[in-house]
Each structure stands twice: as C-alpha cells, then as structure tokens.
Design a binder for this molecule. Structure first.
Ligand SMILES: NC(=O)c1ccc[n+]([C@@H]2O[C@H](COP(=O)([O-])OP(=O)(O)OC[C@H]3O[C@@H](n4cnc5c(N)ncnc54)[C@H](O)[C@@H]3O)[C@@H](O)[C@H]2O)c1
Length: 316
C-alpha cells in the first residue's frame, strides 16, 4: 500500500510516517514544503532524520500549492492530509493569510489533484477547535462554532473536503484531534513553552488563570488512531474525534512538570487569551468502535517523554 502523508516534517506527520513504516506492507511518501511556521526549519528537518534513512520512505520537499500532481499522485492508495498552518493564537491579524493559504487553498488544490488521480481513502486532519465553547463531553454530532480564525480555516477545510466527497466521490474521513503533545511538540504549544521556560529558569507564562482544561492526547496514541484508519472498514464519510487518556487543567499540568523537575516554578499570568475555549473534552466512543482506539498514555508519562525530547534535541 502506497501512502502519501502531507505535513510529513511536522510534529504529528513525522510520527505518523514512522508508525506507518512499521508495517512492512506500506511504502510512505512524505511531502512537506517546510513553509513559514513557528517551528524552525532545522527542527522540522531534525524530525525527518530517521525517516530519511528508511528504504520505504521518500521525502518530497514541495509546497501543496505548486506540486505537480501527475508526478505525485499516480499509484497513491491513501492520502493523509496533515499539512497546514496550526496554532490558534497566531491566526489573528495579518498572519491569517498563512491560514488561508495553507489550510484552505492547499486543501482545495489537493482535492482537485485527487479528483484527477483517485485514491481509496482521503483522511483529513481536523481539530477540536471547530467545536468552539462547549459544556461537557463533545461527540461528532455537536454543532461547530469555532472561536478563532484558525478554527474557521480548518472547518472550511472540512467543508471543502465534504463538497469534493459529494461531487467527486472522494473517499473522505475527517479526524478531529484534541491538543496533541509529546516528543517533537511544536515550540508554540503550551507544554513545549512551559518546559523551555523551566529549563531556562524563567517564569512560566500562563494564558488566563490556568483553570482551563484540555483533553490532552499523547502523540503516540494519536498516531495509533490515525494509522488504524488505513485499514479500518466503514469509516468513509465519517467524522471521528481523537482525544486522549486524560483531561486536566493547565495548573494540574504545571504541577506535574514541577514534580518531574523537582522544583517549584514561578507562574506569570498573561491575561485571558482570545479564541480559546475554557474546556475541551472528547467523546471518543466512535473512535473506539470504528478504529479500535484506546488511548494509553497518561500525562505523567507523556510529559516526561516530552521533557526528555526537548532536553536532548540539538535543533531547538
Ligand atoms: N498539534 C495539535 O495539537 C493539533 C490539534 C488539532 C489538529 N491539528 C492538525 O494536525 C495537523 C498537523 O499539526 P502539527 O501540530 O503536526 O503541525 P506542524 O506545523 O508541526 O506540521 C505541519 C506541517 O505542514 C507543512 N505545510 C504547511 N503548509 C504546507 C503546504 N502548503 N505545502 C506543504 N507543506 C505544508 C509545514 O511545513 C509543517 O511541517 C495540522 O493540520 C493541524 O491543524 C494539530
């Protein structure tokens, strides 16, 4: 099975490539344009270091807005579309143009490519940010009401996928990830920033009062669910939440980091952020039944792995 993963040099994409290559039936083509991002290019090149040695992996350094489909898509069975511009906070103001380009235009162009060169599965990486503010556990039937331009751009991507699925029979599955963390987490994400500040003996910057809760998904759990989609039946046309093993507040997570580092850290409260919900909580029963998904890693273990990765990563 030949699998194309867009965003292969990114945080989740690089883990997904590695996971899919464990199955010897898979050949993986990883595409990434290393586009403008809060993650330095050298950190994304570092994410690829093991993959580039792998005999069943091919890396294509191309932008989805310019790549030639006739050179990429013929022979591809499954497309995992993870490329995009992530991040809620940076999606306001001038920078929204990057979200339009990489989340909306790039998705539309890839869908056009798959219209000409059909694939057997098209899996779109979406986000809990499409839900907006919700009370309690959220299933896939909940209404969408993004709070940020980022959420709007990802929801637009979902809608584009649905339009092409409807008109061109693109075999679509949408996966909605909930706050992914672990080794290679992007430097703009909260845990990564917290750990860097602790290592540099600086106060931890906290958005809001820290009581906001998130459904935190360890990256290896997340890619277990994503990889399962390659061989799952009955997922065409489905939207599926991918949440984690544990929900916690930001302050709870900082307490775990303090335990790991064996010291108290100073907190710096930065004021309420815009565009972020107070709580996220995934109902993952659909992922359990359709993908056999069961998240395994708790925050204590997952944060330890992320600390070790940041500590040992020479590209940061
Ligand atoms: N990390 C999370 O917690 C999270 C949560 C929900 C959804 N997601 C979604 O998962 C996907 C991956 O997120 P991530 O955290 O790994 O991000 P990331 O920034 O680490 O990886 C994204 C990669 O996509 C590439 N890319 C962007 N636009 C491109 C284009 N036009 N052509 C080619 N490559 C391009 C970038 O160069 C980057 O390497 C994104 O679509 C994101 O919206 C992430």
């Amino acid at each position: 099975m030949k699998i194309l993963i867009t965003g292969a040099a990114g945080f989740i994409g690089s883990h997904l490539c590695e996971r899919l290559l464990i199955d010897t039936r898979h050949e993986v083509v990883g595409l990434d344009g290393l586009v403008t991002s809060s993650t330095p290019v050298k950190a994304r090149e570092y994410n690829l270091r093991h993959l580039l040695q792998h005999p069943r992996f091919t890396f294509i350094k191309q932008d989805l807005l310019t790549v030639q489909w006739d050179q990429l898509l013929p022979g591809i069975d499954i497309v995992y579309h993870l490329a995009g511009m992530p991040g809620v906070r940076s999606s306001w103001g001038e920078d929204f143009k990057h979200y339009i380009r990489n989340n909306i235009e790039a998705t539309q162009r890839l869908l056009e490519g798959c219209r000409t060169y059909p694939v057997s599965k098209f899996i779109y990486a979406s986000t809990s940010s499409v839900y907006g503010e919700k009370i309690g556990q959220v299933n896939e039937m909940a209404s969408t009401a993004p709070l940020s331009p980022y959420g709007v751009s990802k929801l637009t991507g979902e809608q584009l996928c649905k339009v092409y699925a409807h008109n061109d029979a693109i075999p679509l599955t949408i996966l909605r990830f909930f706050t992914v963390y672990g080794p290679r987490q992007r430097p703009d994400m909260a845990f990564h920033r917290f750990i860097q500040h602790i290592l540099q003996n600086k106060p931890i910057p906290i958005n809001g009062d820290g009581t906001q809760t998130r459904d935190f998904t360890y990256v290896e759990d997340c890619v277990t669910a994503i990889a399962a989609a390659a061989h799952a039946d009955n997922i065409m046309g489905e939207t599926i939440n991918i949440g984690g093993k544990e929900r916690a507040s930001v302050l709870d997570c900082i307490a775990i980091l303090e335990e790991h580092f064996g010291k108290k850290v100073e907190r710096q409260f930065m004021g309420k952020p815009i565009g972020e919900p107070s709580h996220t909580w995934a109902d993952i029963s659909k992922a359990q039944s359709l993908l056999g998904y069961e998240p395994k890693t708790d925050l204590r273990k997952g944060l330890k792995a992320e600390i070790l990765d940041i500590y040992n990563n020479p590209s940061l």
